[in-house]
Design a binder for this molecule. Structure first.
Ligand SMILES: Nc1nc2c(ncn2[C@@H]2O[C@H](COP(=O)(O)OP(=O)(O)OP(=O)(O)O)[C@@H](O)[C@H]2O)c(=O)[nH]1
Length: 387
């Protein structure tokens, strides 16, 4: 089996998009073989599913700012395409996009190598098509992968739901869920757990679903959630998200439920901040990023709500939603934010300290056997401090 590195690079070109092309993920590493060399230590997310189910479109839209309409012109993938997502200190992993026609019984398919260091396997099902064949393939794929690596998180994207009415969407989800779990029970594999997400590249659902997949691979997630909860309680914030700015996936949020509208608002705010900084921002160096440690923004909505964005580090931003009345205590909020940022930095430092020597100089996390992002354990002292 062969694969190709995606050579288009992070700055996907030639289409209108609100996102500056050079504020993206770096060029892909070239010349890799599919072997577990030191450079391949990043956790892996596999994108699998039948032909034309939308795998490449998902990867391009979420991580390379391709506009959804342009995915109509994507050619069929016929080799494994490996994409390094390595911009942020927390969100560092590889996405392997598989061709739809992959054959597990092909002798060149090395299941140990492919599933061995894998953190999550996303199986994409086209909800606008007949999904019986996809369900068979899903069963075959997850049972094979589970045998090699029982730590893989299995995520099923019921995709292209933009074309479906609300009732039909829910019905498809229920039906797919039922059949997929029945198939696993029939094949005596009911210990395999599948998570289901309704997704479309034409709205924010795909970013939301990817956020949840990535979060499962971050061992520091409980610490981050805890920090956000403390920040919210002490600053009268209603909802807060910690965003990876480039991809707009949120790597953590507080423990209140996420509603889609709030998430969309926060995503739009990031776009506004990046666009305005990029167009009007003063940059000392030509290639300096539009988003830096000075970045912050405040948007007052006409329903008495305030959106407040603060930079956490070069790649992460905190976006909060709070009531306008509560924003009168901006001084306290800003002070609490500084404490929050300091605590996040401690989590990073601790994580970096615990990295093994195989880690590269930019602190890319290593695979810790469970295929998770980052390897650090929170020390009791740090946890106590946050509590
Ligand atoms: N309506 C709709 N169409 C989508 C969505 N996602 C992808 N598509 C379309 O589905 C078609 C196939 O997308 P690809 O990304 O090439 O599919 P793939 O799974 O990578 O296909 P192979 O490379 O052949 O395995 C394209 O025409 C996309 O525009 C979606 O969320 N909604």
């Amino acid at each position: 089996m062969s694969y190709q590195d995606d050579e288009e690079g992070g700055g996907f070109d030639g289409h209108p998009s609100s996102f500056p092309k050079d504020f993206g993920y770096g060029v892909f590493e070239e010349g890799h073989e599919i072997t577990l060399s030191a450079g391949d230590q990043k956790p892996r997310i596999l994108l699998m599913g039948l032909r034309r189910s939308g795998k490449s479109s998902i990867q391009k839209v979420v991580f390379h700012k391709m506009s959804p309409n342009e995915t109509l012109f994507l050619e069929s993938t016929n080799k494994i395409v490996k994409d390094d997502i390595n911009n942020s200190s927390f969100v560092q992993f590889q996405i392997w996009d598989f061709p739809g026609q992959i054959d597990f019984f092909d002798p060149t398919f090395d299941a140990d190598l492919i599933f061995g260091g894998c953190g999550a396997l996303i199986f994409v099902i086209d909800a606008q098509d007949d999904y019986m064949e996809a369900l068979n393939k899903l069963n075959l794929t997850v049972t094979k992968a589970f045998k090699v690596n029982p730590n893989i998180k299995f995520e099923v994207f019921i995709h292209k739901v933009d074309g479906l009415g609300d009732d039909f969407k829910m019905e498809s989800q229920r039906d797919i869920h039922q059949r997929a779990t029945d198939d696993l029970t029939d094949s005596s594999n009911d210990q395999i757990h599948l998570s289901f997400h309704l997704t479309s590249i034409y709205d924010h659902s795909i970013f939301e679903a990817f956020s949840k997949v990535v979060q499962k691979l971050i061992p520091q997630l409980p610490a981050l959630e805890n920090l956000l909860n403390i920040l919210n309680t002490n600053s009268a914030i209603e909802k807060s998200f910690l965003f990876d700015v480039v991809s707009k996936i949120y790597i953590a949020t507080d423990s209140t439920p996420v509603d889609m509208q709030s998430y969309e608002l926060c995503c739009d705010m990031i776009d506004v901040v990046i666009d305005v900084s990029w167009i009007y921002g003063v940059r000392e160096e030509q290639d300096a990023a539009a988003f830096d440690e000075q970045s912050s923004s405040l948007i007052k909505l006409n329903n008495g709500t305030v959106l407040y964005l603060r930079e956490v580090n070069k790649f992460l931003a905190l976006v909060c939603i709070l009531r306008e009345d509560n924003f009168e205590h901006k001084g306290i909020i800003d002070y609490n934010f500084l404490c929050f940022r300091e605590a996040i930095q401690q989590v990073f430092e601790l994580r970096n300290k615990n990295l093994t020597p195989t880690t590269n100089s930019v602190g890319s996390p290593v695979v810790n056997g469970n295929g998770s992002i980052g390897d650090g354990q929170l020390s009791p002292t740090l946890t106590d401090e946050q509590n």
